[in-house]
Write a protein that binds this ligand. Structure first.
Ligand SMILES: [Zn+2]
Ligand SMILES: [Zn+2]
Length: 267
């Protein structure tokens, strides 16, 4: 069967993906409702009860919106950092001030590898305005998949983690000019553009044209802004940067979307 990746939803209205080996299936973020997650899984040919665990990148609502319900329905371990868990609990306090409980919480630390079934997972710190945000690499059956979204820029440490990947799911959030002239209030524009905001098409193109090792068979552009980007602008910037390096022409560029799942990538 091999390794596969399904991006069920991507963008500021919810993020959710599945990394699967022959034996293990992991949900990466839970940013859409439980019902919608199950619906999209079925559309991709996946049974919701095949999921073994959920791993979280950070506590922003577009990454945790469906978490409490998914945890209750599936009764599987939920992996996140301690700081992310605290921030999630604070944000989720109910009307009586009670903090929500996860019955199968598993805590990891950025930089420390852990395993879920036969998938080796390495969380790494990313620059973003959350409590303890991480990206991940997943390794199984000789295949490596990386997720790096919600980051203001790509520091050297993250560039290192993105080497040797077969699938690279990476943020291409906004076109700087569209953001600049777009409808967001100035404070929000500043936040998005900051070093702990979101990655622009240009910043990603700079990475593709310089440090990127070119090893990925599939590059998935993710977390695109619906207001401040357009899929074809993001694709154009990425393909131009990749095309500037002749050896990278075999990289296939795919676009993750908010409203519908991406066709599963099988390796
Ligand atoms: Zn975020
Ligand atoms: Zn996000």
């Amino acid at each position: 069967m091999g390794v596969s990746v399904s991006v069920l939803a991507s963008g500021s209205r919810g993020n959710c993906a599945i990394v699967r080996s022959s034996k293990t299936s992991v949900l990466v973020d839970a940013g859409i409702s439980c019902r919608e997650t199950f619906k999209r899984m079925k559309a991709c040919g996946d049974a919701p009860h095949s999921l073994c665990a959920i791993v979280l990148t950070h506590e922003h609502s577009d990454h945790v919106y469906g978490l409490a319900m998914l945890a209750r329905k599936l009764n599987i371990p939920i992996f996140m950092t301690q700081a992310t868990h605290h921030a999630w609990q604070r944000a989720m306090r109910d009307e009586n001030g009670e903090r929500p409980q996860l019955h199968k919480l598993e805590v990891f630390c950025a930089g420390h590898t852990f395993h879920i079934g036969d998938i080796e997972i390495k969380p790494f710190t990313i620059p973003h305005d959350a409590a303890d945000p991480v990206g991940f690499t997943f390794r199984s059956e000789g295949i490596q998949v990386a997720f790096a979204t919600d980051l203001g820029y790509i520091p050297a440490s993250v560039r290192d983690h993105l080497r040797g990947c077969d699938v690279l799911v990476v943020e291409s959030n906004h076109d700087v000019e569209m953001l600049r002239v777009g409808p967001y209030p100035w404070s929000v524009k500043q936040r998005v553009m900051s070093r702990v905001g979101h990655l622009s098409n240009d910043a990603l193109a700079e990475f593709f044209a310089s440090d990127y090792d070119g090893g990925a068979t599939y590059v998935v552009l993710a977390h695109l802004s619906e207001q401040n980007n357009h899929p074809e602008i993001a694709r154009g910037a990425a393909e131009k940067a990749l095309g500037s390096r002749r050896n990278l022409l075999h990289n296939r560029v795919l676009l993750a979307a908010q409203s519908a799942p991406l066709e599963p990538i099988r390796l």
